[in-house]
Design a protein around this ligand. Sequence first.
Ligand code: 5RP
Length: 291
Amino acid sequence: MADLDDIRDGKEYGLGVSQKTEGYFLKGSGNLDWGMKDRLSRIFNPTTGKTVMLAFDHGFLMGPTSGVERIDLSIVPLIEHADCLMCTRGVLRSLIPTTSRKPVCLRADAGTTILTEMNDNVVLDPVDAVRLNASAIAVMVAIGDPNMEARTVANLYNAVDDGLEFGLPVMGVTAVGKDMARDARYFGMAARVCAENGANIVKTYYTEGFEKVVACCPVPIVIAGGKKLPELEALELAYNAIQSGASGVDMGRNVFQSESPAAMIQAVGAVVHKGMKPQDAFQLFNELKNR
Ligand code: 5RP
């Protein structure tokens, strides 16, 4: 018990100075609870409002695809340049150093590989996400897929219930079925459906007219990079998405399949956080690559 013989009366009451009421920097997140906001501000930089998520969860779907065969060799050296790591629990436990001090967006679904048709996904137990100190969980949603839509929207809905219980933000990941048009109308609808079902972040793809996708989605959007592009094109993609209002990227192949992944993630970071123009970011990429 604290000493009782020297209890000093408080005197610094700041009378006449109103207590500051902080707003919250992230779109649509102002009414969330403290734990949610704390986790979101680990993922999104509170100064820029943006994030560079490094996605390397591809193995759960594709196996050891190019760039993620040896995560210890290819991905771990990039961690210092990422704002957030997106991966599965298996890779997190087996390969990611516990001293990384980076927020993790944990892939929470399973049950699908590229060898089969898309099938019912199983959502990770949120207790395991908490055990792993995840800052968010990611759940795939297949809008427009006649077999999968209802089940995956229910998965997202249930994950949001779990997330609310544990203070864990949920990222809705929009999967694009083979028959879907990859346009602003489709992505706008898919993003909005995720948000309406409670997603705190939406991951989708950049397309022409993206500002409309962002405008009608009440929570932050990050874009996936998609298949490997030449570096300048990937930087243009990131730039266009950010200029259209995206809150960041969740990029995998365009980083880890780059000829210089460390240079690429830093160039992407300059586009995302500093609004660097693609040509300048490409020059930065080349400088860093040749260093
Ligand atoms: C793989 C994913 C990836 O996380 C996502 O597509 C981002 O990676 P990339 O930039 O390579 O598209 O969901 O299942």
